[in-house]
Design a protein around this ligand. Structure first.
Ligand code: FE2
Ligand code: FE2
Length: 423
């Protein structure tokens, strides 16, 4: 009797153990099925990626956003609403349909780049937006510019170019911590080492994380956004076919240079972006026209290759003859550049010479924001206020009504250079 009882207890224990084991395995399987990360990887390949805000030529009333999916998306679009109304059940967001371009990445591999320009926005307003269709991205937010001059800060980066994911992620995070309210980030070219290589752009966007979903980027075309000139026939030397689909930039430049040469106005500053890689002669009369019509109190130009180089290598751009007379004539305040992989700030210059304290001149800056370094040479030492070598920097530029405050930081957030321009 006792033996029978013990035997049935042991049997039930075995059954319970087996049941327990089955339950654990079933639970684990259920978890696997419902783990969103695993589900995303396997099934949701058209999830929006590389979401990036760009400024338009009128950032007080419009804003551009671009994103990518790796599968054809049903009806890609954006929803947008003032952030103050996002949680109000009586308000609904506006919808903007996207324009899609297909980019061939390799044999039978395509990316679908979607872009929207929001028009009719209110100045000085924080908007929430999301992109996609099914699935949607998360809601992000951005702020439109003021319609009139109003103090603001923007960040300027030199070349990031190499080891962008492993090394430059921390540069971007440090810069964001230092100036979280920056109006936009300007990259002076060579964001990647080989423009046509999509995997390098993947690194660039991964390093930036969610930052370009909330702060607009202004990219300048560097020589590394082009194919290698040593391996490419001259007539095929055009900017990477990834550039125009993955950014949505103003198209108000000279014909054939849309989205690499353009101008925009931002809260009292006329910004002019030049392309130092091709058709530079055509850009001079266009620049002259833009600056002759400019009514903004400040003028800032960006171009990748430096006007006054500090490179050891022969590095003559021809920009001293082509652009400097125009910069001088219209009193350009700052020229932001990259390319030399070191740091330089000139004295205030006019006609290739330092000016006296009472005269108006232009300050030319070269910076480097990635781990590729060259030493600054002394080739233009007589024009320089400061040179630095072998490090990574980012720059904060604050523009107010009567003063422009420039600060260069290293990765420890220490100030390495600073100056002011007073109107
Ligand atoms: Fe570079
Ligand atoms: Fe370069």
């Amino acid at each position: 009797m006792l033996q029978n009882l013990l035997s049935s207890i042991v049997k039930s224990e075995v059954i319970l153990k087996l049941l327990y084991r089955y339950l654990v395995i079933a639970g684990f399987c259920l978890l696997l099925c419902f783990n969103p990360a695993i589900a995303d990887e396997k099934t949701i390949t058209h999830f929006p990626e590389r979401i990036v805000l760009n400024l338009t030529e009128t950032p007080f009333k419009s804003q551009a956003v671009t994103w990518r999916t790796t599968q054809k998306s049903g009806s890609p679009r954006v929803e947008i609403i003032p952030v103050s109304e996002l949680l109000n059940p009586d308000k609904s967001p506006k919808t903007f349909p996207a324009v899609t371009s297909v980019v061939e990445l390799g044999e039978n591999t395509f990316a679908y780049q979607h872009s929207v320009i929001f028009n009719g926005l209110m100045p000085d307003m924080i908007y929430a937006y999301r992109v996609g269709d099914d699935p949607w991205s998360e809601w992000s937010q951005f702020k439109t510019a003021s319609e009139k001059p109003n103090p603001f800060t923007f960040l300027y980066f030199g070349d990031v170019q190499e080891h962008v994911f492993s090394m430059c992620s921390q540069v971007f995070r440090t810069a964001f911590q230092k100036e979280p309210e920056a109006g936009f980030w300007l990259f002076a070219g060579d964001m990647v080492n080989n423009g046509p290589d999509d995997s390098l752009w993947a690194e660039f966007f991964s390093a930036l994380g969610w930052i370009p979903r909330t702060i607009s980027l202004i990219p300048v075309a560097g020589n590394h956004e082009y194919p290698d000139p040593r391996k490419t026939p001259r007539d095929e030397l055009h900017i990477t076919p990834l550039w125009r689909p993955q950014f949505t930039l103003p198209e108000n430049g000279p014909k054939g240079l849309e989205e690499t040469v353009f101008s925009f106005e931002y809260q009292g500053v006329c910004f002019v972006i030049l392309n130092g890689n091709e058709q530079t002669a055509e850009q001079a009369p266009w620049l002259e026209t833009v600056l002759s019509k400019n009514r903004q109190p400040w003028t800032i130009v960006a171009v990748h290759q430096p006007v006054y180089s500090i490179s050891e290598r022969k590095n003559k751009t021809g920009f001293q003859d082509l652009f400097v007379p125009i910069f001088d004539r219209y009193g350009v305040d700052l020229v932001l550049q990259g390319h030399d992989h070191s740091y330089a700030r000139t004295l205030s210059l006019k006609n290739h010479q330092p000016v006296s304290d009472k005269e108006k001149g232009t300050v030319y800056i070269i910076s480097n924001s990635g781990p590729k370094f060259y030493s600054a040479s002394n080739r233009n030492d007589h024009l320089m206020a400061k040179t630095l070598s072998n490090s990574i920097w980012f720059q904060s530029i604050r523009v107010e009504a009567n003063v422009l405050k420039y600060t260069a930081y290293n990765m420890q957030k220490e100030i390495v250079d600073a100056f002011e321009i007073k109107k």
